[in-house]
Write a new protein. Structure first.
Length: 427
């Protein structure tokens, strides 16, 4: 097994060097690189099918990659046909797929060969229903209720959308603690709050944000029932639902007659799009604009943008003066925001950026792969948060991996050790 694993990783490294050489020599075919991406995505899905954390990550990534490849490399679909014609540099599409393939190869190098098979959070030991846990669960439930009430009704809080997006963190903690204590009542309360927010957000078009708490809930509370077959079936169902709600949003935005939205329209849309996800296609295009503008923006300015991103923006968020990369690129190209994670780091650091973010993501993937009942609460919670936010950090922007992680860590230590300090003072 060790020899086989060594040979596999050696082949990954050789392939990385070949792809880098092809780009530096400006030779090669982007379609060939695209084919390698799909093959490698499928390889990971099959290899890690018995570890459902990794399987979930890799089947989602494979579908996202398939969507833009089938639409813009292997063939043509009606999605964003004209907008892709804005590409000004001949090597942009080649770089786009090359950095993604290198990212996938490099992250996989960090997954330990002794990854857990059939691991799940259902193996954690239940703890006593202590007073501390009860207080934590009540606080989390009230916090979620208040934020949802303000988000959907009152709108008193500033940066409401941002606060709502990070509401995933208390949801993860709430589901985890109710699972630890087997608290069915509070689990049901949290589930109803989650279900309400999911339905409303799906209806309003916020498909990815609405899905995140549901992913966390399923992994924490129903881990024993999850396997690669169930994930695959659920994945197909979600793709269909996403397409329907996406069409509904398009009909509303463009003023179409909603009465004409029926099953035949949905089937035709699937056929025309070749089962691709429009969000992934749009996001990949936005990422290509980052590659394009990296040709005209000085390297020093790009580095400075990243430093501000992980300092000023990570701390102050939308209240800071930081200009988001997608807003900056819109000065040059028309797009609909987002961007593949690989394109962000290519803009900031060039080719070396792919290895920087690859190291970070690779370590998190390895944590997900090795997770078992002996790991700490922090590791389990972090893994669920990382997996639940996959569509966000992979397709939209990496803020979840930086500002989101910072908020997660602060929340964990304040929420857990803060109560301990209060109890000690009272004692």
């Amino acid at each position: 097994m060790r020899v086989k694993n060594f040979i596999e990783k050696l082949l990954f490294i050789i392939l990385i060097l070949i792809v880098l050489s092809m780009n530096f020599l400006k030779i090669g075919n982007p379609i060939l690189i695209g084919i390698l991406i799909i093959i490698f995505d499928f390889y990971r899905v099959v290899k890690y099918k018995d570890n459902y954390y990794l399987f979930f990550l890799f089947i989602c990534i494979m579908y996202f990659d398939y969507s833009f490849l089938i639409s813009k490399y292997f063939s043509t679909t009606p999605t964003l046909v004209d907008i892709y014609k804005q590409i000004a540099y001949s090597n942009t599409k080649m770089i786009g797929v090359s950095i993604l393939l290198i990212f996938h190869l490099f992250t996989t190098l960090f997954i330990d060969e002794n990854y857990e098979e059939s691991n799940n959070l259902n193996d954690i030991f239940f703890v006593d229903f202590s007073k501390k846990r009860l207080i934590q669960i009540i606080i989390l439930t009230l916090l979620i209720f208040v934020v949802l009430l303000d988000y959907f009704v009152f709108h008193f809080l500033s940066a409401t959308r941002t606060i709502y997006e990070y509401l995933l963190i208390p949801f993860v903690f709430g589901f985890y603690y109710t699972k630890q204590t087997n608290s069915i009542f509070y689990r049901n309360v949290l589930f109803m709050l989650m279900l309400f927010s999911t339905i409303v957000n799906m209806w309003q078009g916020a498909r990815v944000i609405s899905l995140q708490p549901m992913i966390a809930y399923l992994f924490i509370w129903h881990g024993k029932k999850i396997n690669w077959k169930n994930i695959s079936i659920a994945f197909i169902f979600v793709v269909i639902v996403f397409t329907i709600f996406g069409l509904y949003g398009d009909y509303k935005d463009f003023g179409y007659d909603l009465s004409t939205l029926n099953s035949s329209v949905v089937i035709k849309t699937f056929s025309d799009r070749k089962f691709s996800l429009d969000t992934a296609i749009s996001s990949y295009w936005t990422g290509l604009t980052y590659i394009e503008i990296s040709n005209i923006i000085p390297f020093s300015q790009r580095i400075l943008n990243f430093i501000e991103y992980i300092t000023i923006y990570a701390i102050k968020g939308t209240s800071s003066s930081y200009v988001q990369l997608y807003d900056f690129s819109r000065r040059y190209y028309v797009h609909y925001y987002g961007g593949y994670i690989s394109s962000y780091f290519y803009y900031w650091f060039g080719w070396s950026g792919i290895f920087i973010i690859g190291l970070y993501i690779g370590k998190l993937m390895n944590l997900a792969g090795r997770l078992n009942k002996d790991f700490s609460d922090f590791s389990k919670l972090l893994t669920v948060y990382f997996i639940s936010t996959l569509p966000r950090w992979y397709l939209y922007y990496p803020v979840t991996l930086f500002r989101g992680m910072l908020i997660f860590i602060v929340f964990y230590f304040v929420f857990n050790y803060g109560l301990d300090i209060i109890y000690k003072k009272k004692g």
